[in-house]
Design a protein around this ligand. Structure first.
Ligand code: GLV
Ligand code: MN
Ligand code: MN
Length: 414
């Protein structure tokens, strides 16, 4: 085996065909019409995806650990024992998932290790590739659940008690798919995650590699509005207590508020249920979610405050009651400046154009950042489309991103 030392750095390249084969094989599990996949966290499809990727890790001789929340880490031992240089992401998806969100980061990590093994290059430090449980939060909130437990920001008992959109708990489903492990969390020296951008910035700038400086803050709230159902044809407007009207006003309000707030405030009502949900009945209940994000912590807090004030006034005016519960709340995160610089230098060293940028989406890396130097690499998303079966990244961009990941990991592990 060659030694990977700083003074004579070996320079292998990943095998894009092998990486693409794996991305498509994983995408066959839970495949959706139009090209994407649905593997909601802790579903049977998620289990089959986990088994497939874990099998690939085992074929390459990685030492597998599974912790109590089902995070899976494959470690390739280096020449000296110590904390691992880690990469990874997630393989759960939203209901309308694409092929690359999360999956790229996990499979590119495996590809980097295979490439080094095939080239006979053994780094000094252990290299590890992880997939974290329930990054998406689409079935069980909060998102980034596994990586939060991994860094000690969420107790495993609290995570197991979370009730999902289908009434089951994380604990029940984790036990059902057989992924409640008992291995201790692996100690991490540094973490680097490769991910598709999931937005339009890189494509519009004509840039190949996004050098991610941090992740914007996220606030998820579920509102329940209780009004009075009545006949749609006979009830005068002034006598209505219409839960659906309140939900509609909030959808309109958060868009207008986002425009007004300085910075990069955005807001989405992504889930909405009306009851009884009939054409000629005024809804007596509306349950909806609001997703607020901002790169600026104060801006995010201001948006939350304005939203709650508006909802309180509206409820009073319409004569309905409103309750709410927080589903997730994360402050903006800044990545390690030295590691960000290393990502940039590695990309430029390979001849790629780079752009420093924040991440609009949540990622496991924002949790790891509290426990070790952390950074992310983005590659362009065609049309800026994600959380959609049409999500696509050109193979040349996937290859470029994976080679940047290889360089950065080798740099950190040498
Ligand atoms: C996670 O993918 C999020 O940003 O919602
Ligand atoms: Mn993701
Ligand atoms: Mn996602």
């Amino acid at each position: 085996m060659l030694r990977a030392d700083a003074c004579a750095m070996p320079d292998p390249r990943i095998d894009i065909d092998r990486l693409l084969r794996r991305i498509h094989a994983l995408g066959e599990i839970g495949a959706l019409p139009g090209g994407g996949a649905c593997r909601l966290a802790l579903s049977d499809e998620d289990r089959r995806g986990r088994d497939l990727v874990r099998g690939w890790m085992q074929q390459r001789g990685l030492q597998i650990t599974i912790d109590a929340i089902g995070n899976v880490v494959g470690v390739w031992p280096g020449r000296e024992p110590g904390p691992v240089v880690m990469t990874g992401s997630h393989i759960d998806t939203v209901r309308t998932g694409g092929l690359y969100d999360g999956n790229l980061g996990v499979l590119a990590g495996l590809e980097v290790i295979e490439t080094l093994q095939d080239a006979g290059v053994q780094p000094r430090r252990d290299l590890a590739v992880a997939f974290f449980t329930n990054e998406e939060g689409a079935r069980f909130a909060p998102d980034m659940m596994g990586s939060q437990v991994f860094v000690g920001a969420l107790a495993v008992e609290d995570a197991r008690a979370v009730v999902g959109i289908d009434g089951t708990t994380v604990g029940q489903q984790l036990d059902h798919i057989g992924y409640a492990g008992n291995d201790a969390a692996v100690a991490v020296h540094a973490f680097v995650e490769l991910h598709i951008e999931q937005g339009p910035v890189l494509e519009q700038a004509g840039t190949r590699i996004g050098v991610v400086e941090g992740v914007q803050g996220i606030s998820w709230t579920e509102f329940t509005v209780d009004g009075v159902s009545n006949h749609a044809g006979t009830t005068p407007l002034r006598l209505r207590h219409d839960a659906g009207y309140v939900a509609g006003c909030v959808i309109q309000f958060v868009r207008a508020m986002s425009r007004e707030i300085a910075g990069d405030q955005i807001a989405t009502v992504g889930a909405l249920e009306l009851r009884p949900n009939l054409i000629n009945v005024i809804p007596n209940q509306a349950v909806f979610t609001v997703d607020l994000r901002n790169t600026d912590a104060e801006g995010l807090a201001r948006a939350e405050q304005r939203l709650h004030t508006y909802v309180d006034h509206l409820a009073q005016a319409e004569g309905v009651t409103v309750s709410h519960r927080s589903l997730a709340r994360f402050e903006p995160v800044g990545f390690d400046p030295d590691l960000v610089h290393r990502v940039e230098a590695a990309a430029r060293g390979l001849g790629w154009s780079t752009l420093r940028m924040p991440s609009g989406a949540g990622h496991d890396a924002q949790m790891l950042a509290s426990s070790c130097p952390t950074a992310m690499i983005f590659v362009p998303s065609v049309g800026g489309i994600s959380h959609n079966v049409r999500e696509h990244t050109e193979p040349a961009d996937l290859e470029a991103g994976a080679n940047v990941l290889l360089r950065v990991l080798l740099d950190l592990a040498s």
